[in-house]
Design a protein around this ligand. Structure first.
Ligand SMILES: Nc1ncnc2c1ncn2[C@@H]1O[C@H](COP(=O)(O)OP(=O)(O)OP(=O)(O)O)[C@@H](O)[C@H]1O
Length: 329
């Protein structure tokens, strides 16, 4: 089965700073749904644009199965890649009806008549817009417009669908509903999807794989549950899920997962922590980053004292911001 392969992909726009994308390698199996996540300016859109063929790599290559799509020497034009891209701005033709917008890529490919009707009808039905076929984009809500853009993508039966923050312009409620549409779209189309987002909750909800980038580099790629449980380093730990990262001197026992007694001692006075290390002093042990998730914090008699800095009502629960006596967060 064909795979999308990024091999040491690099893009340098020629400024004085670091490359926009630096040495990114990634293999995506067919039907994977990759969420590309990271802070603003980390290179997500540039990766997407290179896959689509709108930018040429400065180094490295992109292949789909055996087929080389681009490298620093040559690049297959976007229309020859059998990919489709969905933008934040929808990019619909205002003078065309919904059906004409959806069917436009078929028309460009010379498909008309009954075949055109059937494929447009199927695509509209999938995004639940059959009744809106004759409307114009101006007569639709933001969510409906985005569904038209998705349907237009679906009719071409692309191998790869590239989505650049497709829900960024929608309100929270609509985003949730659209996540369902994306899931159905993914199942139905069987395409490989690459989805750029700032929103880690959205990424976790939709993706089969999450890739985190920072400053042009790929930091970690893993399934959502894995990256949540075992983020590599401060940047990924800070981006994925909620939690606090504490800097603590810990006894070196090679364990990544800490039992509460060990953590309690590390949070306590230094001489107690030193005992946990086997009698030596922890003063020389370089501090390590310890990620604590909200669901791992329990109230009990065996605990340590914390101060409630703030309490925010979130519907089914309160979110408390807690401060330790010795560390912030
Ligand atoms: N055409 C260009 N010419 C020069 N520099 C560019 C160009 N496109 C992007 N860059 C730079 O490359 C870096 C990465 O940009 P990119 O748009 O890929 O980031 P991003 O992660 O998608 O950001 P955001 O989440 O804000 O959209 C940025 O520093 C940006 O200024």
């Amino acid at each position: 089965m064909a795979q999308l392969i990024l091999n040491h992909l690099t893009k340098d726009f020629g400024g004085n700073g670091r490359p926009a994308v630096a040495d990114v390698s990634l293999t995506l199996r067919r039907q994977a749904f990759l969420a590309l996540l990271g802070p603003s300016g980390c290179g997500k859109t540039t990766v997407l644009r290179m896959i689509a063929g709108f930018e040429q790599p400065s180094d490295g290559s992109i292949s789909y199965g055996e087929r080389r799509l681009s490298d620093a020497g040559r690049a297959l034009p976007p229309e020859k890649r059998n990919m489709a891209m969905v933008f934040q701005s929808y990019a619909l033709w205002p003078h065309m009806t919904v059906a004409q917008n959806v069917g436009y890529p078929l028309k460009v490919r010379g498909i008309s008549g009954a075949q055109w009707q059937m494929r447009v009808g199927e695509a509209l039905s999938l995004v639940k817009l059959t009744e809106y076929a004759e409307r114009r984009p101006a007569e639709l809500s933001g969510g409906q417009r985005q569904r038209v853009a998705l349907a237009r993508c679906l009719v071409t039966q692309p191998d790869v669908v590239l989505l650049d923050e497709p829900l960024a312009n929608l309100d929270q409620h609509l985003r949730k509903a659209m996540e369902e549409t994306f899931r159905a779209f993914h199942e139905r189309s069987g395409a490989t999807m690459v989805y750029v987002t700032h929103d880690q909750a959205e990424a976790m909800a939709l993706a089969t794989d999450v890739a985190v980038m920072s400053e042009g580099r790929l930091l970690q790629v893993a399934a959502p549950a894995h990256i949540y449980a075992r983020p590599e380093g401060r940047v990924v730990g800070g981006l994925i899920g909620r939690g606090s990262i504490l800097r603590l001197s810990l006894p070196e026992n090679g364990e990544r997962r800490l039992d509460w007694p060990v953590l309690r001692e590390a949070l306590g006075p230094r001489d107690v922590a030193a005992r946990a290390a086997g009698g030596g002093s922890l003063a020389d042990v370089p501090p390590a980053d310890v990620l604590v998730r909200p669901e791992q914090v329990h109230r009990g008699t065996d605990g340590i004292r914390m101060r409630v800095v703030s309490s925010v009502f979130e519907g089914e629960r309160f979110a408390l911001d807690l401060a330790l006596a010795m560390a912030s967060g």
